[in-house]
Design a protein around this ligand. Structure first.
Ligand SMILES: [Fe+2]
Ligand SMILES: [Fe+2]
Length: 232
């Protein structure tokens, strides 16, 4: 039984949950994340706009991919090793693969929906900002997580908890920054894969809640594998 309340796949009052996020505060970020947020503010501006969130979503998939590939490689090492594998070792890897696949898909729908909304709005895409730099950042973020996960998995669960907390907070604040989004009706063909919401404000509230779930999952996994309480 989890101590956290997850909301993915549940009917929730988006406004009430959104207020809960705003009444709380973002988790403390380590220096790597703070450097990344600073770089993003310099490149994409401090404003919480759709194109900046698209870049966050491109990056957000990578820790999950790093856990997935890292776990598969761990299984290869174990099953191709001289000793027989314990079932508990398999289960640890499998659990990480499972979390990673589900969260990776969820981040992917965020990415697809935001990109589609940009297309519908005719927002210009800049070669450097929307093509070169996201690839560069994604490459760095993937290998950083991959290395952390290889050396000490708890480091990457700790970092991802903080990154997801930042995402939850930024999406919630974006709704506060743009009261006009309450009236802005949206539609996208990617609602085939994602809870259908009517307005841009509610889409950002729903994504913020997904990020909260991702935060809790990493938090929980950190505590499970270390046996220690997570320090917010
Ligand atoms: Fe996301
Ligand atoms: Fe996330």
């Amino acid at each position: 039984m989890s101590k956290f309340e997850y909301t993915i796949g549940k009917e929730v009052n988006l406004k009430e949950e959104w207020k809960k996020t705003l009444q709380g505060k973002e988790l403390h970020s380590n220096f790597i994340l703070r450097f990344m947020y600073l770089a993003m503010d310099i490149i994409y501006g401090k404003g919480r706009e759709i194109d900046k969130f698209l870049v966050i979503e491109i990056l957000a998939r990578y820790p999950y991919w790093a856990w997935e590939t890292g776990s598969y490689l761990r299984l290869t090492r174990q099953y191709a090793g001289p000793e027989y594998t314990k079932k508990s070792n398999f289960e640890d890897a499998w659990h990480h693969i499972d979390i990673a696949r589900k969260s990776q898909d969820n981040e992917q729908w965020h990415m697809c929906i935001l990109e589609d909304l940009m297309r519908q709005r005719g927002m210009k895409r800049n070669f450097l900002m929307h093509f070169i730099l996201p690839r560069f950042l994604a490459f760095g973020y993937y290998f950083l997580t991959r290395i952390m996960y290889r050396i000490q998995p708890s480091w990457s669960f700790d970092m991802n908890t903080r990154f997801e907390s930042h995402a939850e907070w930024e999406y919630a604040k974006a709704v506060e920054d743009h009261p006009q989004w309450e009236e802005e009706e949206i539609d996208t063909e990617y609602f085939e894969y994602y809870p259908n919401v009517k307005t841009l404000a509610d889409l950002f509230r729903r994504i913020s809640l997904d990020e909260r779930d991702h935060k809790f999952e990493s938090w929980e996994e950190y505590e499970r594998i270390t046996g220690r309480e997570f320090k917010p």
